[in-house]
Ligand binder design. Structure first.
Ligand code: ADP
Ligand code: MG
Length: 337
């Protein structure tokens, strides 16, 4: 049987439209109505087939990622996820295929949404002549003061969660397998490649870290989606400061490490500028660094100090294997070394 717009919405409502005491009207009316005594953090991100994901990706992985990239934005603010809107633009003409697709989508959505108690409260479903497109809007309770991009100050330490570069290396592997332009990381076992691919498909937004860090008074954070250097650059530009970064200290996974070695261009391509990590950059004054380390332990999040904020006049200085390299401007995707 062909699953039309209303059938599909009904499936989503039955499985994902859970009750919530602060949800006065959920899916099914013209608008959802929520009660929220706190400030709300609101964010949105769109994924487009062919641009943000391979068109043949499993629906469950896609749902996970569509949520994860948005949850990562809430994590960077220190907000707690509450409600989600989901806009689906589905290529016309697939008929009953969407029935199977939506089952997978729901499974991936629940795997990410249930642990974080995120409720689906509405959205829109349309047919399109263009590519499959998914937009998620999230509303989160902003209990502690938000962590902002414009709050970095000279003397603060620059900290990074987890490890950097895995997803970008996995994308290169996936692209080279498909015969697309890529630089395939060398010297990795099949198990290491599989571990990197998991990081690409199923990023873990650092929500527990973000909430706790904001709660203890850390005022500056940003999630890493465009690449460490580009996203650090956003902080530096917004705050009007510079940075000294110890590239030797950048956290990299044991899966990726063999592909980096002493090759500067590999360090540059994956940990420094590769995208899709969904880790957090946090800038914090020395007095709060011990509290941050305690939060890392309490939330089971690896945290690494990778540099410090300096006055704007110093720009960005990268140190690697005893060499110092100055980056003009505030970092971005194009660095020539
Ligand atoms: P309207 O025409 O009034 O915008 P719709 O027919 O588009 O209403 O949607 C009916 C209900 O289903 C609304 O409550 C809407 O929020 C919900 N809805 C539609 N698509 C989705 C979706 N992809 N995910 C969650 N809720 C959805
Ligand atoms: Mg509508």
């Amino acid at each position: 049987m062909q699953l039309g717009e209303f059938g599909l919405i009904e499936v989503l409502r039955k499985v994902l439209g859970e009750a919530d005491p602060d949800l006065l009207i959920g899916m099914g009316d013209d608008a959802a109505v929520v009660r929220c005594p706190e400030a709300l953090a609101v964010c949105s991100d769109t994924l487009v087939a062919g641009r943000h994901f391979f068109a043949d990706v499993a629906a469950s992985d896609l749902a996970w990622k569509a949520l994860a990239v948005n949850l990562s934005d809430l994590a960077a603010m220190g907000a707690t996820p509450r409600w989600a809107l989901l806009n689906l633009s589905l290529p016309a003409g697939h008929g009953e295929d969407w029935g199977r697709w939506v089952d997978g989508f729901i499974a991936g959505w629940r795997a990410m949404a249930v642990p974080w108690r995120l409720r689906l409260i509405g959205g829109d479903t349309v047919a399109t002549d263009g590519p499959l497109t998914i937009t998620v809007v999230l509303l989160g309770a902003q209990r502690p003061a938000p962590m902002r991009r414009d709050a970095a100050r000279p003397g603060q330490g620059i900290w990074v969660s987890g490890s950097l570069g895995d997803a970008a290396a996995a994308l290169d592997i996936a692209r080279s397998r498909r015969g697309l332009a890529a630089r395939r990381p060398q010297g990795l076992s099949a198990a290491a490649e599989a571990a990197l691919e998991q990081r690409r498909l199923r990023p873990s937004p650092r929500l527990a870290l973000g909430e706790a860090a904001a709660g203890c008074g850390i005022g500056c954070a940003q999630d890493i989606s465009d690449g460490f250097l580009a996203d650090l650059g956003h902080i530096l530009r917004a705050s009007g400061v510079g940075a000294r970064v110890d590239v030797d200290a950048l956290p990299v996974s044991s899966a990726l490490r063999p592909a980096l070695g002493e090759d500067w261009s590999a360090w540059q391509r994956w940990p420094l500028t590769g995208g899709d990590d969904y880790e957090l950059i946090l800038c914090t004054a020395p007095e709060l660094e011990q509290a941050l380390l305690d939060i890392g332990r309490a939330t089971d999040t690896p945290l690494t100090r990778v540099g410090e904020i300096v006055p704007a006049s110093a720009g960005i200085e990268l140190r690697w294997r005893g060499h110092v390299q100055r980056v003009e401007g505030h970092g971005g995707h194009e660095h020539v070394f």
